[in-house]
Design a protein around this ligand. Structure first.
Ligand code: ADP
Length: 166
C-alpha cells in the first residue's frame, strides 16, 4: 500500500482565523492527511485554553470546509519534531504572510530539519489574509468591533462571549 503523506500544521490558534483556514485548505489539497496541531506549552498566555482552541479549530473546519475528510485536530506538548516523529509526518506546514514572518520561520525550519530531518513547507494565503493574525483579532473583538470578515461565525460568537464574560 502506498504511504500516507501526512503533514502537521502547528500553531497557537488563539483563536483560529480565516487566514489559518486558508492555509489548512491548501494543505488539505497537497497532502493525504493534515493534522492541525494546537500547541499547549506556548510561552504565550492564550485567551482560550487548550480545549477551547481545539474545539474552535474543529468547529471552524466543519463550518468552512464541511466536505474535507482528511483534516483532523489534535494538540501537542513539547518539541514539535518529537510530535511529528510520533505521528510519522513527512512535513510541517507553516503560513508565510509577510517578509517579517520569514526570519523566525526560516530559523525554526532549519532547526527542525537539523533535529529531525523534517521538511517544512511554506504556504502563502490569499492576499486578503496577509495582514490577519490572532492578536489583531482578539484586540478588535475586545473593543466590540466587527470581526465577521476575519473569522468564521463560530469563532466570532465565542470571542463575543469571552469578552462579555471578562
Ligand atoms: P504561532 O504561535 O506558532 O505563530 P499561530 O497560530 O499564530 O501560531 O500561526 C500558526 C501558523 O499559521 C504560522 O505559520 C503562521 O505564520 C500562520 N498564520 C497565522 N495567521 C495567518 C494568516 N493570516 N495567513 C496565513 N498564515 C497565517
Amino acid at each position: 500500500m502506498p504511504k500516507t503523506r501526512k503533514a502537521i500544521y502547528p500553531g497557537t490558534f488563539d483563536p483560529i482565523t480565516n487566514g489559518h483556514l486558508d492555509i489548512i485548505g491548501r494543505a488539505g489539497e497537497l497532502f493525504d492527511e493534515v493534522i492541525v496541531a494546537v500547541a499547549t506549552n506556548s510561552s504565550k498566555s492564550p485567551l482560550f485554553n487548550e480545549m477551547e482552541r481545539m474545539e474552535l479549530c474543529k468547529a471552524a473546519i466543519a463550518e468552512v470546509m464541511p466536505s474535507a475528510k482528511n483534516i483532523s485536530v489534535d494538540s501537542f506538548e513539547g518539541l514539535l519534531v518529537d510530535y511529528a516523529r510520533e505521528q510519522k509526518a513527512i512535513a510541517i506546514v507553516r503560513g508565510l504572510r509577510v517578509l517579517s514572518d520569514f526570519e523566525y520561520e526560516f530559523q525554526m525550519a532549519l532547526m527542525n530539519r537539523k533535529l529531525e530531518d523534517i521538511t517544512t513547507v511554506f504556504l502563502m494565503p490569499n492576499e486578503k489574509y496577509t495582514y490577519l493574525n490572532s492578536t489583531i483579532i482578539r484586540e478588535i473583538a475586545k473593543y466590540g468591533s466587527d470581526i465577521s470578515g476575519f473569522v468564521p461565525e463560530c469563532v466570532r460568537k465565542e470571542l463575543e462571549e469571552k469578552f462579555k464574560k471578562n
